[in-house]
Design a protein around this ligand. Structure first.
Ligand SMILES: [Zn+2]
Ligand SMILES: [Zn+2]
Length: 218
């Protein structure tokens, strides 16, 4: 086993000389493939429109954009939420809801059944945990579910950017240090706008792996 690892590392070092990926990118990608498996892309991405957060036109536009980005079918569903089940707090005069409670309450662990992943849209303010002021969304790696709030987002473009970011989390991608990569962690709207609408080379490669796509395609 030890020899195999040394051989693998040697192969990585040698192949590094032949393309533009750095050694740390290669190791990062290798770790990703060890912890993630290709998913069943015949299943759709489910977008849950909680308490009619979006009108039909916006929901349709967002659903199409998400489908185009991942090249995967999307489906949409309306769902009512009982807010009394969600923990709240007041932060700077704003009522906020616990993002984790949403994920638990919705119990949308459907990904292993009929969906590739689920993303729930809501129009109230969210917080990820007590130390943070707010969050635009939160994803759960294990259940493949995410929740995204449009409370602080001004445009559909910002909402689409955040939805794609959270869906990538549900597919196993983590935050990326490249500032214009869609997987860069955004602290505010300015950073959300700055990070652009595409993945950096390494994150794209990870996404291609998890979606079972030919690496030469994108
Ligand atoms: Zn994130
Ligand atoms: Zn990236």
């Amino acid at each position: 086993m030890k020899h195999l690892k040394v051989l693998l590392l040697l192969c990585i070092v040698i192949s590094c000389k032949n393309d533009k990926d750095t050694l740390s990118d290669k190791i990062n990608y290798l770790k990703f493939t060890l912890h993630n498996s290709p998913r069943d892309t015949s299943k759709p991405i489910l977008i849950l429109n909680l308490n009619q957060t979006l009108d039909a036109e916006s929901l349709n536009e967002i659903s199409k954009e998400v489908s185009n980005f991942f090249d995967i079918k999307t489906s949409t569903q309306q769902q009512k939420v009982d807010f009394t089940k969600i923990s709240t707090r007041i932060q700077k005069d704003t009522l906020q809801y616990a993002a984790d409670d949403f994920l638990k309450y919705l119990n949308i662990d459907l990904a292993s059944k009929n969906q590739l992943c689920n993303v729930a849209l809501i129009n109230i303010d969210l917080y990820p945990h007590n130390a943070w002021n707010f969050c635009y969304g939160k994803a759960d790696f294990d259940t493949h579910c995410a929740v995204v709030s449009n409370f602080r987002l001004k445009t559909n473009d910002e909402l689409i950017n955040t939805i794609i970011h959270e869906i990538c989390h549900t597919l196993g991608l983590e935050h990326c240090p490249v500032t214009n990569c869609i997987m860069h962690a955004a602290k505010d709207l300015k950073e959300t706008q700055l990070r652009g609408n595409t993945l950096c080379g390494l994150c794209q490669k990870k996404l291609n792996y998890v979606l079972g796509k030919n690496l030469m395609e994108k």
